[in-house]
Design a binder for this molecule. Structure first.
Ligand SMILES: Nc1ncnc2c1ncn2[C@@H]1O[C@H](COP(=O)(O)OP(=O)(O)O)[C@@H](O)[C@H]1O
Ligand SMILES: [Mg+2]
Length: 341
């Protein structure tokens, strides 16, 4: 197979011409330093930019993001479900203007879905047309047809390969490799080249290397341990649930209709639930949903019947719900109201 590519286009390095035409949205004039995206000056600048796009990061996370950008290293975010790992990558892309390429991992994910595949139906059509032309001319098919078949033209770029196609006049793409812990070991190994060299070997084409390194954010819910080889290539940050004040601010930001006092009560109740040793402690998304749900019922404050009726918005496991009820919804409400002030 590999000989097919050696003649095509005269080189192993794939050009990124396929992205032309689709681009054109970069209007940045700050291309100094090689990329169109301006690097933030310090962690505080990262925090402020994310906040301007609705994401409230603490100092640790802002520093990790700053360093990942400054050092051009992938950022591995681990933490429980709902602490804002995926959202961080989305907001980062929105704030830099970089194209977001999201790869949702799952058990059995393979190269064809993650990186690239060949457009088989179009290759077949091309081959038939070439055959027809050759037959009409009384000739046989030349080997150049095979080269054509395995050229960029028929390559379908999936997120990993698409992330290597950034252009110097545009903000760097943001590659989100989401829930890597769901993929298997083999896939993790496959990622190593992309992560350390910003390159990928496509056997039929050669090595495809990025001109603009993508910003890489990897997330894991820690359902299994990741390999050291993968960890070593990344900067690592463990994302905690936000503290009370930050969670209130997030709720107000995402669900302003809830109002300050309900946002405080809901955040306080959720914080307390997180200390109950639940199997699936509520994430920030649940806090936001809960505030929205209670407000939608026309209640301005938490009370026992309301919490009882809306518990399923925030606790999504039967044993957990039993545990919360067992501990007493009345006392949960009392404690939340007291803390909320
Ligand atoms: N720091 C934050 N600032 C703003 N919103 C947040 C923050 N953390 C979490 N969220 C909200 O919580 C939701 C769930 O977060 P998500 O990124 O999906 O969690 P994870 O990927 O860690 O499971 C997001 O859609 C977002 O609305
Ligand atoms: Mg996620």
């Amino acid at each position: 197979m590999s000989e097919a590519g050696t003649g095509a286009g005269g080189g192993g390095r794939a050009s990124h011409d396929d992205a032309a035409g689709g681009g054109g949205r970069a209007d940045h004039d700050d291309a100094a330093g090689g990329g169109a995206s301006e690097r933030p000056a310090d962690p505080e600048a990262v925090r402020a930019t994310l906040a301007a796009h609705g994401y409230l990061a603490d100092e640790g996370l802002a520093t990790a993001v700053f360093l990942a950008l400054a050092l051009d290293r992938p950022l591995l975010l681990e933490g429980q479900a709902g602490v804002g790992k995926t959202e961080l990558a989305k907001v980062l892309a929105a704030s830099t203007g970089g194209r977001l390429l999201r790869l949702q991992c799952y058990d059995g994910i393979d190269v064809a879905q993650a990186a690239y595949e060949w457009d088989y139906p179009r290759q077949l059509l091309h081959l038939r047309a070439a055959e027809a032309r050759a037959t009409a001319g009384g000739a046989t098919l030349g080997t150049e047809v095979e080269d054509e078949l395995y050229s960029e033209r028929f390559l379908v770029r999936r997120p990993l390969l698409a992330a290597l196609a950034g252009r110097p006049d545009q903000p760097a793409p943001v590659l989100l490799i989401d829930e890597i812990d769901r993929a298997d070991d083999e896939f993790e190994a496959f990622l190593l080249e992309v992560l350390s060299d910003h390159a990928m070997t496509v056997p039929e084409l050669g090595t495809v290397a990025a001109t603009v390194p993508p910003v890489v954010v990897m997330t894991s819910n820690r359902t299994r341990d990741l390999h050291d080889a993968l960890r070593r290539r990344c900067l690592y940050h463990w994302v905690e649930h936000p503290d009370f004040d930050r969670e209130v601010a997030i709720v107000l930001r995402r669900a302003p209709a809830a109002g300050e006092s309900l946002a405080r009560q809901v955040s306080a109740a959720v914080d307390r639930m997180r200390g109950m040793g639940l199997r699936k402690p509520p994430g920030v998304a649940e806090t936001i949903d809960w505030a929205v749900a209670v407000a939608a019922l026309g209640r301005a404050r938490l009370d026992t019947p309301t919490v009882d009726a809306t518990l399923g918005v925030v606790v999504k496991d039967r044993d957990d719900a039993d545990r919360v009820r067992h501990a007493g919804i009345g006392s949960l409400v009392d404690a939340a109201l007291e803390r909320a002030g």
